[in-house]
Write a protein that binds this ligand. Structure first.
Ligand code: NAI
Length: 470
């Protein structure tokens, strides 16, 4: 093992949490090493998560619109055909350009990227094993940050086989459109990738153990999303259990027990198991280093991201909270700033969540159910449908609504959107909440006309009891 000059900070894992933390730490004057086991930077999000899925969601949306809605705009295109290899190549190019961009950012910020698998050696030492088997040891003068993210959860009744029973990683790269895709788990991944393959022509059956999809969402939004996916052609088996899934000649068979206790055997071409992700701590040497896990096997940290081992910190999917890239990024910045003696802070009450279906579902803050439980009669809810928004109508996007939830003294408690570009629309609600704003603040802000954000303003007006256009 060769020894190198100490860094101030060693970050393990170059996903959105780790690489952002590395940049911010470097900006603050620390000498930073960033260890990554994969050949490209960016982690799950950039390589096999957020970005490639969004590339395919966009492509499949174009395909769907070309087939289903261009005619209504007076555009005749003849027979629309899918070229899946081109669609996949475009996705790969998007990923490639962005990961190269991250490498450029590391160079620009003077972050030393070390390729290989990092593991804690005790104290402030980190071992890095590279693909050729050689090992080097790095030491950190100030801090080691764990940002190794998460991996898909495998269920014993439907173990991954890498080709037929798969995780999101493989479902982003099917070589042909599956005739019938069974999705286990109606969460973010299942609904997004299910949408992709449904739009491209697959029959999609979703098996979910709970009675509702996206249980963390406001019920009204969850229900609207459910109905819209049914209209897209999804078949849902809610409250159902997967008894087994096994690969057979030409596909797979999934045995389920339905909510009424009856059993069904579903023959399909592929099975996507998307029942959540777990923190990725395998081989990280946590135990030897004295880093403890909580009851859900997440790394225990305090509000300064300190683990139970001195000098070792953790952020992102490894620790409690929603497993979202932007949450990890915020934590990376806050961690670096705290380390530099500044007031780094993450407002966990204002972290948006988005399901990138079409229409999209986006939210921030409390659901109506949570708000009523906490604040009872003091809660005011304002809703505005996109059917009454001029821009949405012009776009041919009438489905959905904005819901603004205000609490004591009109303070914004939550905003929930189901509709076109909800992912972009939610940003102003997040800003308003970050500033401790009220429904009136949103309602009195001038919004350009005709735009989709006017629906947010109108929902805020509705919460104030004075909606104009509905
Ligand atoms: P998820 O936690 O969003 O949803 C998992 C779903 O599977 C839940 O509805 C759960 O009730 C169900 N489930 C669990 N065990 C089951 C079983 N044995 N049979 C049937 N259903 C079962 O997890 P998902 O979709 O795998 O995503 C993983 C993580 O990745 C999430 O935490 C999410 O935050 C993140 N993600 C975020 C995206 C975004 O921000 N748009 C996109 C993709 C992933």
């Amino acid at each position: 093992m060769s020894e190198t000059t100490p860094f101030d900070v060693i970050v393990i894992g170059a996903g959105p949490g780790g690489y952002v933390a590395a940049i911010r730490a470097a900006q603050l004057g620390f000498r930073v090493a960033l260890i990554e086991k994969e050949t490209t930077l960016g982690g799950t999000c950039l390589n096999v998560g957020c970005i490639p899925s969004k590339a395919l969601l966009d492509s499949s949306e174009w395909f769907w619109h070309a087939k289903e809605s261009l005619k209504s705009h007076g555009i005749e295109v003849g027979e629309v055909q899918l070229n899946l290899p081109t669609m996949m190549a475009r996705k790969a190019k998007v990923v490639e350009e962005l990961t190269r961009g991250i490498a450029g950012l590391m160079k620009k910020n003077g972050v030393t990227v070390v390729r290989g698998v990092g593991r804690l050696l005790g104290g402030m030492r980190v071992g890095v094993r590279s693909t050729d088997g050689s090992e080097q040891e790095l030491t950190a003068a100030k801090a080691i940050l764990l940002a190794t993210g998460s991996v898909p959860i495998e269920i014993p009744t439907a173990p991954f086989d890498g080709s037929v029973i798969v995780s999101s990683t493989e479902a982003l790269s099917f070589e042909e459109v599956p005739e019938h895709l069974v999705v286990v788990g109606a969460g973010f991944i299942g609904l997004e990738l299910g949408s992709v393959w449904r739009r491209l022509g697959a029959k999609v059956t979703v098996v979910e153990m709970l009675p509702q999809i996206v249980p963390m969402m406001d019920r009204e939004v969850g229900d609207a999303l459910f109905r819209s996916l049914q209209r897209l052609g999804f078949r849902f088996e809610m409250g159902a259990k997967v008894l087994s899934a096994s690969a057979v000649e030409g596909g797979a068979v999934v045995e389920i027990e339905k909510s009424d206790g009856t059993r069904e055997s579903i023959a399909c071409s592929k099975v996507l198991v998307s029942v959540g992700r777990r923190p990725y701590t395998d081989g990280l040497g946590l135990e030897a280093a004295g880093v403890e896990l909580d009851e859900r096997r997440r790394v225990k940290v305090d509000d300064h991201y300190r683990t139970t081992a001195p000098g070792i910190y953790a952020i992102g999917d490894l620790i409690a909270g929603p497993m979202l890239a932007h949450k990890a990024e915020e934590e990376g910045v806050a961690w670096a700033e705290i380390l530099a003696g500044q007031g780094g802070h993450v407002n966990y009450d204002a972290i948006p969540g988005v399901v990138y279906t079409w229409p999209e579902a986006a939210y921030v803050g409390l659901t109506e159910e949570q708000a009523r439980e906490r604040y009872g009669d003091e809660v005011r809810v304002g809703k505005f449908p996109f059917a009454a928004n001029g821009r949405a109508k012009a776009m041919g996007e009438r489905d959905g609504f904005v819901k603004v939830i205000a609490g004591p003294r009109g303070r914004l408690l939550g905003v929930h959107i189901f509709g076109p570009r909800a992912s972009d629309l939610i940003a102003e609600a997040v800003v308003a909440m970050e500033f401790g704003g009220t429904a009136e603040d949103l309602a009195r802000t001038c919004h350009a006309h005709p735009t989709l954000p006017e629906a947010v303003k109108e929902a805020a007006l509705a919460a104030e009891g004075r909606v104009i256009h509905f």
